[in-house]
Design a protein around this ligand. Structure first.
Ligand SMILES: *Cc1c(COP(=O)(O)O)cnc(C)c1O
Length: 371
């Protein structure tokens, strides 16, 4: 059996940039708290995506939580959330004792359907915030979505955890709404081992988020707290890894695209195979190469065949409205997300994959169509 091929695993730079920044933290004893790496990682990421300010946090989930808090979302408030996503998008809505309403995808983007969103506004005009996700690095249809949201004057939070390095009409994902969040979890396109970032053009709100993230300590010599606090800040060591990783982001996107193009060229001609939609206006980061199967070969057949050869793959996210924990909440739309879940599969998209590895995956898959 060949070496294990991962879906998407950490890939540090060949140049050792990450270790240089981490070494600096050691040399200056800025292991904690905060320090140069945190400040610079915030500045560098904000500059990269084209946002005015950023707060480095312990996770993408923490960033979503603080974005909701900054938006004033609290007990009983309604928040629209895509149903087709990872649970981390929805969980913070519950942390704030608010109520999610799940919105369906469309086939054109796999992301939130603007029509279903409009329908949801009719049903819940009092909605407090809308979370948009850019799934697998594909951008949602932001102009149409922002048009709908602006009409209703609602706060927009973009969960760009999967789309760092991905653009919609030349503008970086995560910068269209009031807040954007990024994740540096181990399987994301770049990683700090774990971490997240909240970005916004509203510098006051970002300052406030940093305050909440460091236990809401008031300006006083003694420990004084007028607000509920959180321990959500990124450490200076971790931020050093992030600064190094940011230097190779473009390289990673290039490789992810190469992987996607390779699979598409090799597999698109097979019966019943379709790939994730790449729209004219979209410049995805191709985080995970994903496809749908509507033929005798089912996603589970592919996953099992690959697993037998020590190769990791997985289904498309299971929609939130189908999750035991979330099924009691309302869902607006048809059944697009359910179909994508049924028929979808994410192929191994690890940036360390060689051409040999890609050949191996494709050979195993083609074999299933020849039976
Ligand atoms: C990974 C991910 C998150 C959570 O990020 P963490 O840093 O792991 O907390 C949120 N939303 C989506 C869509 C993700 O893929």
């Amino acid at each position: 059996m060949g070496d294990r091929i991962f879906l998407s695993s950490p890939h540090m730079s060949d140049e050792g940039y990450e270790q240089q920044y981490v070494q600096e933290a050691f040399d200056t004893n800025w292991i904690a708290p905060l320090g140069t790496n945190v400040n610079e990682f915030e500045n560098e990421l904000a500059a990269k995506v084209g946002s005015k300010s950023a707060a480095a946090l312990s996770s993408g989930t923490a960033a979503i939580h603080l974005a909701l808090k900054a938006a004033g979302v609290g007990e009983g408030d309604i928040v629209f959330c895509p149903t087709l996503t990872f649970s981390a998008t929805a969980n913070p809505i519950i942390y704030q004792n608010a109520t999610p309403v799940f919105i369906d995808s469309n086939y054109e983007t796999w992301n939130m359907c603007p029509g279903a969103l409009e329908e949801a506004f009719k049903k819940y005009p009092e909605v407090k915030a809308v979370i948009i996700v850019h799934l697998y690095g594909l951008s949602a249809d932001m102009y149409r979505i922002m048009e709908v949201c602006n009409k209703h004057n609602v706060t927009v939070i973009e969960d760009a955890a999967e789309s760092l390095g991905g653009y919609y009409k030349g503008q970086h994902t995560g910068t269209f709404g009031d807040y954007g969040i990024f994740s540096f979890n181990g399987n994301k396109i770049i990683t700090t081992s774990g971490g997240g970032m909240l970005v916004s053009n509203n510098e006051e709100k970002i300052k406030k988020a940093r305050f909440w993230a460091t236990q809401s300590r008031d300006q006083a010599r003694h420990y004084q707290h007028s607000e509920l606090g959180f321990n959500y800040r990124m450490s200076n060591v971790v931020a050093g890894i992030g600064r190094g990783q940011l230097k190779v982001l473009e390289q990673r996107v290039e490789k992810k695209k190469y992987i996607f193009d390779y699979y598409k060229n090799e597999l698109i001609h097979l019966d019943g195979v379709d790939f994730m939609p790449v729209n004219d206006w979209d410049q995805p980061n191709f985080w995970l190469s994903s496809m749908t199967l509507t033929c005798d070969v089912r996603p589970i057949d592919v996953m099992e065949a690959l697993e037998k050869e020590n190769i990791e793959s997985r289904p498309i996210w299971k929609p939130m409205h189908m999750q035991p924990y979330f099924e009691k909440y309302d869902f607006v739309g048809s059944r697009v997300s359910e179909k994508l879940f049924q028929n979808g599969i994410c192929l191994p998209s690890d940036t360390k994959m060689s051409d040999e590895d890609l050949k191996r995956v494709v050979r195993i898959m083609k074999g299933l169509w020849m039976k």
